[in-house]
Design a protein around this ligand. Sequence first.
Ligand code: SAJ
Length: 434
Amino acid sequence: MNFKKICVLGLGYIGLPTASTFATHGVKVLGVDINTHIVETLQRGEIHIHEPGLRDTVKAALASGNFNVSTKPEEADAFLIAVPTPFLDDQVGEYNGQKYKLADMRAVTSAAEAIVPFLRKGNLVVLESTSPPRTTLELVAPILARSGLEAGRDFHLAYSPERVLPGQILRELIENARVIGGVNPDSAQAGADLYSIFVKGEIVKTDATTAEMVKLMENTYRDVNIAIANEFSRLADKFGVDVWEAISIANRHPRVKILSPGPGVGGHCISVDPWFFVETAPELTPLIYNSRQVNDAQPHFVVELVKRALGELKGKKIAALGLAYKPDVDDLRESPATEVVHLLQKEGAQVKAWEPFKPDANMPGINMARNLEDALKDAEAIVLLVRHTDFISLSPLKVREMTRARVVVDTVNTWNPNEWMKADFSVERLGVRK
Ligand code: SAJ
């Protein structure tokens, strides 16, 4: 199939990189977003999200004359849906007394509805948003059928998940393998034709529901494996073992690859996607459900560690280092570090947080430090929550001059305890009972 013009609905973390990459590869692209602020920002040549290299790609796309933005779709050869699928905040599901989160599919529904008036015979529609299994067949196809056209017969319909790592989106978009699941083989082929415009990685064709499951399986696999690492950290703590040493020894086995424990699992993917399985099959997913519980409870485990190091937390001044959801990114969404800060405050501690990747972040209920000095100055304890490169190289002797704190809690196995102890600090580490 030949694609002269495509319409990308949703200009967020995935839609905008995808739309601008198609445009720089010679396709006419109309980017559509219901948020007028986003549309106006892009029309001015600016961008509303932070992602390395994205500004340049959007600029190049605009300069090529191939990229336009609007609040409404138009006729096109292909339509891509890349809108968010968050959770409903006013509703949960329940199975055997256990509550689970429910996906909010309203953005997918309205995007599909917005396409209906412009859908023509021979078009391709691709859903990219992470969705519960069977969404393409049971939610999207029936909405598009309101056009009088049938998916698989009159137009092509496919599901193709994004699988890029925040921070490396533009490179991974091109280099990663791409899965394309069609409602029939012709639809998968049409999707493959479209993405082969810029994808250099392998393009794997399958059916729509398999592609939906693949995406959820990848992130669920990671969540469950982090949960077991976190559970190991609790067991090591109980048995007086250093979990980091134990993991590194176990990982010498050729078929074992245990991930790293930490203060919990954050971000918009791994802590979210497993729920899409639980919601659609709670009776089949006790392992997935419990892994979510383990990872969500890990910030509480960290607070217990801080208590062990400091005693009663009421009135204690604590410097929290790192708020991002993982190392070397500026994304603070769904971050276990911020959860730890909130929990410490609940116990009465006075926390000052330093996030070098987002010093000006406005986090409701969190007292942000202006710089490292400001965070450390009055602190009685230092809690390290993210393994940012900046923090790895912090010298304990230098830190000692900046603070009266003599207690450090390392939740991410970053600091050499001996060096810190030599500099007069007492050291508490996640997964290590002295
Ligand atoms: N984490 C641990 N221990 C580990 C590894 C990670 O506690 O050993 C924590 C991190 O600190 C972080 C969370 O897990 O809080 C998630 O981080 P991540 O780097 O594992 O994943 P994301 O959410 O940044 O991106 C993932 C990726 N999926 C996989 O690696 C299977 C990415 O490829 C997906 O595109 C993305 O989810 C997505 O959009 O689904």
